[in-house]
Design a protein around this ligand. Sequence first.
Ligand code: 5GP
Length: 183
Amino acid sequence: MDAADVSQDLDHVLFTEEQIHQRLDELATQIDADYAGREPLLVGVLNGAVMTMSDLARAMHSHMQMDWMAVSSYGAATKSSGVVRILKDLSCDIRDRDVLIVEDIIDTGLTLNYLLDHLRGRGPASVEIMAMFRKPDALQVDVPVRYIGFDIPNEFVVGYGLDYAQRYRNLRDVGTLAPHVYS
Ligand code: 5GP
């Protein structure tokens, strides 16, 4: 789905597919270099990180492995509470592995902060974070993010894996919704 397919639903496009892919190529080069001689385990956080993971993984030139987790926040559906429930756990043991968490977006940072602590408790060799988007003005905790795609304004965005009411994940670009969609 392109922005043109849902132009009436979008207020404005923040990043095109080309801009996202270009940034991912840069990050993949950096990740390849940082993990040279090692084989990182990329842990994608479902569902939002599906697009980021698949494009980042293919942009890399070195071997990597892939696993997935699904989490949900306890409490109100629209606000991150910081207490996270694991809906789907990893399929593999991460002891002594170099883990790179791949996330779609960091808003308050509470979800990733919890996940980071939790995974560190399983004895990995290292845990780092890659996030496609981050909203610096919304951060409530200081999450140590190693790789960041783009910092964005404190607005609700959709596309490239990010949904509103489970829609727009398949939008190639990333944009903000027009108010009539959610009001
Ligand atoms: P945090 O715990 O950092 O507040 O929340 C992170 C999660 O909230 C993300 O993984 C994502 O699922 C959701 N989220 C935060 N901001 C946005 C946004 O602008 N758009 C969408 N679609 N989801 C968001």
